[in-house]
Design a protein. Structure first.
Length: 138
């Protein structure tokens, strides 16, 4: 699950001219974005075992670089992630999960949508601050 920011690749090329300080600021903002998504998702699920197994909780990780912020979850270590996030009950083998919600999700997807909507302005404000510091030091 990744938060897409239109124009980020082109902006990266332009920022390269400003030096490594601005590039590092973009990376730090992306890190904040990804980690905030994980934090809010974990707040939604409560303690391990209530709505989401400890194994699935342990598989959720923030990933970030200069050009992206994303959250990974599930995989071979926690194959039940999709049932716990999106639900089931349409087949006999998925009856242990809550009802299927389609793409809406129960905890990680809503957290990602919430963070994406709220932090977009903050992303650009932090980026503006980093660029201004670089262009007008002191």
């Amino acid at each position: 699950m990744a938060a897409r920011i239109d124009g980020l690749a082109a902006m990266k090329r332009d920022l390269r001219e400003l030096g490594p300080g601005v590039a590092m600021a973009v990376r730090q903002v992306n890190r904040f974005y990804a980690e905030e998504t994980v934090k809010r998702a974990m707040e939604r699920v409560g303690p391990p075992g209530r709505l989401v197994s400890a194994r699935v909780r342990g598989s959720v990780a923030a990933q970030f670089a200069q050009t992206f912020a994303s959250v990974s979850a599930g995989g071979s270590s926690a194959p039940e992630f999709y049932g716990q996030e999106f639900g089931g009950r349409r087949r006999a083998r998925t009856m242990q999960f809550r009802p299927h919600l389609g793409k809406r999700g129960y905890w990680l997807s809503p957290a990602a949508r919430e963070v994406s909507g709220e932090l977009s302005k903050e992303f650009w404000a932090r980026l503006d601050e980093a660029v201004l510091k670089k262009l007008f030091p002191g």
